[in-house]
Design a protein around this ligand. Structure first.
Ligand code: C5P
Length: 404
């Protein structure tokens, strides 16, 4: 996990955007970070410590003293020195002003002033407050202190006005944090779509035509891409796999046509698509409304061709986009794979071998060759699907480097 063993103090101030910080904590914890939350007195008006202590699995701090009778107190210096990074999100105009002038009249500010670690600020306030000379001067000063600023977005504000001041979305803040700890992740800022699993083509309400694809290859690819910094859109056919990663968004589909629709919805914003799904080539011409009765000795099924998702995306592909497909052939493997690469306008094809025991559907291992245009290819031995995924991701990184 990209943020494992990273210690983050998240300081939340008095802004309606505080509700987004709850989700931010969830994402950071999912990334493996240890998070301790500090609330300003203003933040307590918007959100309760219980929300944050539940999500962070740590105590939440908002005052110097815990219990006035016993004198039990919170150690702001200890907390500040514990942190590898302090993130102030949302940062209100009031807190920004106090930070810039070195005021320390609450626990959050005292923690901030004691911090030796890098500080990241995600402001949130109304448009006019953000553009006010005072706020802009404070932000310039804070940048001068070496803090980094996550610029607020323009859009609808809680006041009803439209303008700049919306706190950056939690996903974007996480990206900035990941980038801070791993400035050299090769897929940082890249969006990659992965198709995975089989498709089911309905015959009647209780039956379908499908295949044995487990989805393991596609899910392993999605994880490997996310660990290299990519945001992944996983379009998954019906599989039994579970995957929870803050940078992987999963859309579940059943049929080839649903898979195509989901791919078309997302493809435009992608830098790359990796099509590992075993899409059914044909579907029943008609789906029966009722269960097909067992009557005759034989049953004829009329099948029609499904759309070829890879080929359609190949036609839509723009110069900065890349497509990686898969092929499974039983004869003239490389020749047919090369032909498929050209016909579908792919940049790389992963040829799955069926010759080896332990390679193919449902198993944990695979044996592949990578095939590029102009008959360039590289063969690999039998290996675990996670290792295969790492090889494909390295090849994907090389392809993306060519456009940046
Ligand atoms: O034509 P063939 O099925 O051999 O091509 C395999 C490649 O094309 C795989 O990458 C698969 O995901 C993709 N494909 C597709 N839509 C189809 C059939 C295959 O995207 N209908």
């Amino acid at each position: 996990m990209l943020l494992s063993q990273k210690k983050i103090v998240l300081a939340v101030t008095g802004s309606i955007a505080a509700y987004k910080s709850a989700y931010l904590v969830r994402l950071l914890v999912q990334h493996g970070a240890e998070v301790k939350v500090v609330l300003s007195p203003g933040a307590l008006e918007f959100i309760t410590p219980l929300t944050f202590s539940t999500l962070s699995r740590n105590p939440v701090y908002s005052d110097f003293t815990e219990d006035k009778n016993t004198g039990e107190w919170n150690h702001h210096v200890g907390l500040a020195l514990w942190a590898d990074l302090m993130v102030i999100a949302p940062a209100s105009a009031n807190t920004l002003s106090k930070m810039a002038s070195g005021q320390s009249d609450n626990f959050l500010l005292a923690t901030y002033m004691s911090a030796r670690c890098p500080v990241m600020i995600a402001p949130a306030m109304d448009h006019d407050m953000f553009l006010h000379g005072g706020t802009q001067e404070n932000l310039a000063k804070l940048k001068g202190f070496g803090h980094s600023l996550i610029t607020p977005h323009t859009g609808e504000l809680a006041s009803g006005l439209v303008g700049q001041g919306r706190m950056a979305e939690p996903e974007e803040i996480v990206q900035c944090i990941v980038q801070h700890f791993h400035p050299d992740l090769p897929l940082q800022g890249k969006k990659v779509m992965v198709t995975a699993g089989p498709t089911y083509e309905k015959l009647d309400p209780v039956r379908f035509i499908g295949n044995y694809s487990s989805g393991k290859m596609g899910y392993a690819l999605a994880s490997a891409l996310a660990e290299k910094g990519a945001t992944v859109q996983l379009i998954s056919g019906p599989v039994h796999l579970q995957l929870s990663h803050p940078s992987i968004h999963i859309t579940k589909v059943e049929s080839a046509r649903e898979m195509l629709e989901a791919c078309l919805l997302h493809f435009e914003e992608m830098d790359m698509a990796i099509l590992s799904a075993a899409v059914a080539d044909y579907r029943p011409a008609e789906m029966a409304d009722q269960k097909i009765k067992k009557s005759e000795d034989s049953l004829q099924l009329d099948l029609v061709k499904n759309p070829d998702i890879a080929a359609q995306l190949g036609q839509l592909k723009r110069p900065h986009q890349h497509l990686i497909g898969f092929a499974l052939e039983t004869t003239k493997e490389k020749e047919y794979a090369q032909e498929k690469l050209i016909r579908k306008n792919l940049d790389l094809i992963v040829l799955n071998s069926l010759r080896h025991e332990g390679a193919g559907f449902g198993v944990d291992t695979n044996q592949i060759s990578l095939i590029w245009p102009h008959n360039i290819s590289q063969d690999f031995g039998l290996m675990d699907k996670h290792k295969v995924a790492a090889i494909i991701v390295d090849a994907a990184i090389d392809l993306l480097k060519k456009t940046t």
